[in-house]
Design a binder for this molecule. Structure first.
Ligand code: SER
Length: 883
């Protein structure tokens, strides 16, 4: 299909941004799919997520109008479309949302007028094909559409609370169970009579004829956990238009999967899977899922078994199963990434930047799932063929999950294709049972929320600690005791103290919180930790050691300087380590977490195999070279975009404001960071790696020491080396040779011991040969040997066979009340007597069992009186066989 380029998705993004720029909007880049510091939300599910705090009045930006193209994900959480992808014309996990925003600036009138202008004048959609909905009580929006725009009344539909509760309506939008929300008006496009479906609000509204293209939300409230609606500080506008469905209209195709972008992805998927039929539903699933999976990885998520990582794993595995259905048995999914980069890399530069990581992470997950996908599918087929009531039992779904790595929604998806269901309650019960058993690792719960009234009355804490460790005249602005605000605390009380300004660093960016003392005349408060509350208030946690502290008091704050001084060495070294890892291992290395403590540092990062000893040595060497270069650690304040242009590395999942702090050490490391650092890299002194390990699939951890800690560690290692050398009677320089000599000698002794044992066994058995009796020309020997194990018995039987020629031999090795049995048949006895039969005959008499080949069998049983008589009976048994 050739698409006129003026309606390509690329062009539509541009037209949208140009239009709103011409109306005074600031163009803002897409935020990541993982919302920064927002635990209420799994993923960015709409354009407004990055502006949530701006709506709530908690964050100010330099603009009041903005427009963007936001990448969104609706998989897991409140908005979840994963199960529908592939089955419908328009559902996606990942999609792009075009949005324009007013933060207390324009409202309904302009929002409606501009939406109409863009659709009908720039993109020239026929007016008679458009209709709109409004929230049932929103007369203002109704009148604007009717009087200002001129839409006839029969094409304006009022929609009430059609979802079973107050404000639960298609025309009342909310981001999540709490947060900004408000009534909305939606613009629909009529794809024409030839498509089934009715207008919004009609019984068959779910058909494909009338398609919602643009949602204009008039944000007016902040929904509370108890369901009440609190007005926002100022009314705002949040609009969202799905790029894919708009492209379908402008490109005159009916389903989103026919637009230029999806056709290219489907083409690639068809090529990789060798599929001729481009309408195949599985190709659509793969084309949809590669976008979601790639951008999740770009935004810092890796496949795992919980939280966001598990959603990613589920999407990848669903895509892989569809590839499997198309007959693919080799990793293919990661090969889609190149095409995606060509299609979307220009709009989202972070995608090409992370390409290597995305490909590696996907390939690793493909290889991992390949090990169980095939057998899991066989298990599924087996279970499905036995199902009688059309329901896959929960226990089987759980086995597929637990042993074969089939997420339950994947099993449900496969079941649905065969007209079956999954017993979800049964699955949940099995899962719960397993959790009960595994409920060991206690989950960390953040305890740094603040009562709303405190947030409203306090200004964010001013941080003085970049330049000062001590400061006086600081005012106590709030106190918490037992989590509740109080006016005063006294000696012995555990409390959290909030000051207007403080030199105490609150834990963030991996750096631990400061400890120290707050004091005034006759009062002392020991600070044992400092944490950030509600994202912006430094809470000093600790205990009143002396006197009483009241809100309004003034204190002198003193940070434990020695502890802070060691901490900053580790923090600056972490930045150098990050840069060195990217140099040595590749730019797929992304920081996944860190701990910067006074005594050590820990750095987690994405990488798909253990770091080799040579790589580690090289990383350590490079970090130390940068320390010796003694670069100045420069701090710059600048706009976020400027910082990125400056080459600063931003960490995923962190929320940065418009203005950021950038730390630069020479040309080597430039990172966004709010932490405290050395003045020059030379202050770090020395950097020593002490550990490398795996944390989870695709995540490695490095532990290291700096400064005096590193020197102490080296001294400690030296001491142990000297100790070892002394034990060997040498010194540190010849210790390796001494150990080599020692291990060589040990190996030699072990060999000698082995051969002595063999000799002893053979002389024991040669004595035995004399005890054989003659039964019809066959030499029969049955004997009990103290302390022989099965191997020694086999060796002995082999030797005796040679000595005795035509023979039947049974040896019982007695050890600790048990008897190992070996029976052998050789020469002319073969064909007449079977070793296996003889062995079971004996074993059955001593409460054991055994069996084997006609010439050699083994087994075991009890060592006791029965063994002696069983052995005695052997010649009689052989005699019977010969008769
Ligand atoms: N928040 C609204 C939506 O997601 C408009 O952007 O539909």
């Amino acid at each position: 299909m050739t698409t006129p380029s003026k309606t390509s998705t690329r062009q539509i993004r541009q037209d949208f941004l140009d239009f709103f720029a011409s109306k005074g909007h600031t163009i803002v880049p897409s935020a990541p799919l993982v919302p920064g510091n927002d635990p209420t939300l799994l993923f960015t599910n709409s354009g407004m997520v990055q502006f949530k705090d701006v709506f709530l009045g908690a964050e100010k930006r330099s603009y009041v109008r903005a427009a963007d193209v936001q990448r969104c994900l609706r998989a897991g959480g409140k908005h979840n479309d994963l199960d529908s992808v592939g089955y419908t014309a328009r559902h996606h996990t990942f999609f792009e949302m075009l949005g324009n925003w007013s933060f207390g600036d324009y409202f309904k009138k302009d929002a409606i007028a501009w939406a109409w202008e863009l659709l009908t004048e720039v993109w020239k959609l026929p007016k008679e094909r458009l209709l709109v909905t409004v929230y049932h009580t929103d007369d203002e929006a109704y009148d604007l559409w009717h009087d200002m725009i001129g839409i006839p009344a029969d094409r304006i539909v009022r929609i009430g609370d059609n979802k079973g509760a107050p404000y639960a309506s298609d025309n009342f939008w909310q981001m999540a169970d709490t947060g900004p929300c408000g009534p909305c008006t939606e613009i629909f496009y009529d794809h024409g009579e030839h498509i089934a479906g009715g207008p919004p609000g009609s019984p068959d509204e779910d058909g494909d004829r009338f398609i919602e293209i643009w949602n204009l939300v008039f944000m007016q409230f902040d929904r509370q956990p108890d369901g009440t609606l609190v007005p926002l500080p100022a009314p705002c506008v949040d609009t969202g238009m799905g790029l894919e469905r708009l492209a379908a209209i402008l490109q005159h195709v009916h389903t989103n999967y026919e637009i230029d972008l999806f056709q290219a992805l489907i083409g690639k998927a068809a090529e990789l899977t060798g599929t001729a039929d481009r309408e195949n539903k599985s190709l659509r699933v793969i084309a949809d899922h590669i976008r979601a999976c790639s951008f999740l990885i770009v935004d810092g998520v890796l496949p795992s078994n919980e939280g966001r990582g598990y959603v990613l794993r589920r999407i990848i595995r669903r895509a892989l199963r569809h590839g499997w259905m198309l007959g693919v048995r080799q990793p293919f999914f990661h090969k889609m990434v190149g095409t995606l980069v060509e299609l979307m890399g220009e709009a989202y530069p972070e995608l090409p930047a992370a390409r290597e990581l995305v490909e590696k992470a996907l390939k690793a997950e493909e290889e991992r799932f390949a090990e169980t996908l095939d057998s899991g599918m066989r298990i599924f087929d087996d279970v499905a063929s036995r199902v009688k009531d059309g329901v896959i039992p929960g226990a089987d779904a759980f086995r597929l999950y637990d042993t074969y790595g089939f997420p339950v929604d994947l099993t449900a998806d496969i079941a649905r294709e065969r007209g079956l269901a999954v017993d979800m309650a049964g699955f949940d019960a099995a899962m719960e049972q397993q959790r009960e058993t595994a409920r060991a690792a206690g989950k960390f719960t953040s305890n740094t929320g603040l009562p709303a009234e405190l947030v409203a009355q306090m200004a964010p804490t001013g941080f003085l600690g970049y330049d000062h460790l001590d400061a006086g005249g600081l005012q106590v602005v709030a106190l918490l005791k037992g989590g509740r605000p109080v006016q005063a605390v006294e000696a012995g009380d555990e409390a959290v103290v909030f000051l207007d300004n403080t030199p105490f660093y609150a834990e963030s960016g991996g750096q631990v919180g400061d400890i120290g003392v707050l004091a005034e005349q006759g009062v002392e408060f020991d600070v044992t930790d400092t944490q950030k509350f509600a994202g912006q208030f430094h809470g000093h946690l600790g205990r009143v050691a002396k006197g009483a502290l009241k809100v309004g008091d003034h204190v002198v704050a003193s940070v434990d300087g020695a502890r802070r001084a060691s901490t900053i060495l580790n923090h600056s070294a972490t930045h150098l380590l990050h840069a060195a890892l990217r140099e040595v291992l590749g730019t797929h290395v992304q920081q996944k977490g860190s701990l910067v403590a006074p005594d050590r540092l820990r750095f987690d990062f994405s990488h798909f195999q253990p770091v080799t000893a040579a790589e580690l040595a090289e990383v350590e060497r490079r970090v130390n070279a940068q320390i010796r270069a003694n670069h100045e650690a420069e701090v710059h304040h600048m706009g976020m975009q400027e910082a990125l242009d400056f080459g600063a590395m931003a960490l995923f999942g962190e929320k940065y404001g418009e203005n950021v702090r950038v730390l630069r050490m020479g040309d080597y490391s430039t990172e966004l960071c709010g932490g405290t650092h050395v003045s020059r890299t030379g202050d770090i002194g020395v950097f020593k790696l002490v550990g490398e390990s795996g944390v989870s699939a695709g995540v490695r951890r490095i532990e290291a020491l700096t400064g005096q800690g590193a020197l102490d560690h080296i001294a400690d290692e030296e001491r142990r080396l000297d100790e070892a050398a002394a034990l060997l009677g040498g010194n540190a320089s010849d210790v390796v040779d001494k150990i080599r000599a020692l291990t060589d000698r040990q190996k030699k002794l072990e060999r000698e011991l082995e051969s002595l044992k063999a000799k002893a066994a053979s002389s024991a058995t040669s004595d035995l040969a004399g005890a054989a009796v003659d039964v019809g020309g066959i030499r029969v020997l049955a004997s009990r040997l103290e302390g022989f194990d099965a191997k020694a018995l086999r060796d002995a039987v082999d030797r005796l066979k040679q000595q005795l020629g035509d023979s039947v031999i049974v040896l019982a090795g007695a050890e600790g009340g048990k008897a190992a049995l070996v029976a052998g048949v050789n020469g002319a006895a073969m064909g007449k007597v079977k070793a296996g039969e003889l062995l079971s005959h004996i074993a059955s008499q001593i409460g054991g069992k055994g069996g084997g080949r006609p010439d050699l069998a083994q087994g075991g049983g009890e060592d006791g009186p029965a063994l002696a008589s069983a052995l005695k009976g052997v010649s009689g048994w052989v005699q019977q066989r010969l008769d």
